[in-house]
Design a protein around this ligand. Structure first.
Ligand code: NAD
Length: 293
């Protein structure tokens, strides 16, 4: 099956990035969301991202315009009826994802693969809302999707080998490095490795072994990571990590994944999330820049 047009459902941070990435690599994209304002916002962010690429001479103005020309937007899920593949990137909520997948199952052709960009939810459970569980899989991009090189292709219990091969080939066509996650296991690979590191970093802080600044510095320079664990959690939103820890604890039935006390207190105090500008470093972004590193 040749893929020419990709449907992307959900035009938030990830949906916009995935749509942009697909269009930059020559695919036609139909980007869908529930309200026009979200689609307009997505197009603006996509355009702004490519302005920077033009400034840095990574693409020409003509390439930018051609990329934008390959993206159409719609609030009607039905407009995805002729696409060759769908990537879903709506909010991280199982009931919502199942509802969207059940609708898509009725709309798109029988041979079409529907992939989900979920970071943590069960692919097998999402697939259960369709009659095509062999053509459902995870396609986990990282943020920002235009720049981050990795895609985790994740098998649900009934995902076919053919589906996995198609998604691996598509990831390569999108200029990504791809890994296969053979079992639908919480956190897949990257989050499973990363979350225990977050937990240990918070425990070090709680035990008074070192300051957040020094833990970040140690990890950055000692492990050659671009960001330290606290910097990264503040960037992504402390609440996201917290919910993933709770989910791991429940799914693996393992207390070692329990969110540390400091994190619980931060959640109770409302000191989390991108929008508050607060996190482990508890100061606004501008001050943060001035005060650190
Ligand atoms: P977001 O909140 O930025 O965007 C979600 C979008 O989905 C919103 O624009 C919303 O209007 C739209 N939406 C909600 N209900 C819809 C529906 N019924 N139909 C169509 N659109 C609908 O979220 P995000 O950060 O882009 O995350 C999207 C998915 O990607 C989640 O599953 C998340 O776990 C996953 N993910 C996020 C990141 C990240 O760093 N943000 C990284 C990898 C994967």
């Amino acid at each position: 099956m040749s893929i020419q047009t990709i449907g992307v459902v959900g035009a938030g941070s990830m949906g916009a990035g995935i749509a942009n990435s697909a269009a930059m690599n020559g695919f036609n994209v139909i980007l869908q969301d529930i309200e026009t304002q979200f689609l307009d916002g997505a197009l603006q962010r996509i355009s702004k991202f490519m302005d920077k690429s033009v400034e840095r001479k990574k693409m020409t103005e003509e390439q930018k315009e051609a990329t934008l020309g390959r993206i159409t937007t719609t609030v009607e899920l039905n407009d995805l009826k002729d696409v060759d593949l769908v990537i879903e990137a709506v909010l991280e909520n199982m009931d919502l994802k199942k509802e969207v997948f059940a609708q898509l199952d009725d709309i798109v052709r029988d041979d079409v693969i529907i992939a989900t960009n979920t970071s943590s939810l069960s692919i097998t459970e999402i697939a259960s809302s369709t009659k095509r569980s062999d053509r459902i899989a995870g396609m986990h991009f990282f943020n920002p999707a235009q720049l981050m090189k990795l895609v985790e292709v994740v098998r649900g219990l009934e995902t076919s080998n053919e589906t996995v091969e198609v998604l691996k080939a598509l990831s390569s066509d999108l200029n990504k490095e791809v890994v296969e996650v053979k079992i639908d296991s919480p956190g897949f690979i990257v989050n499973r490795v990363m979350v225990p590191q977050f937990i240990e970093a918070i425990r070090l802080l709680e035990e008074g072994v070192a300051t957040a600044e020094d833990i970040d510095k140690a990890v950055k320079y000692g492990l050659n990571y671009p960001m330290g664990p606290f910097e990264l959690q503040d960037y992504a939103g402390v609440d996201i990590g917290y919910y993933v820890m709770e989910y791991f604890q429940e799914e693996f039935n393992d207390p070692r994944f329990a969110p540390p006390l400091l994190m619980k207190q931060m959640m109770r105090a409302g000191r989390y999330g991108k929008k508050t500008g607060m996190g482990f470093y508890n100061y606004k972004k501008e001050e943060k820049k001035a005060n650190r590193v």
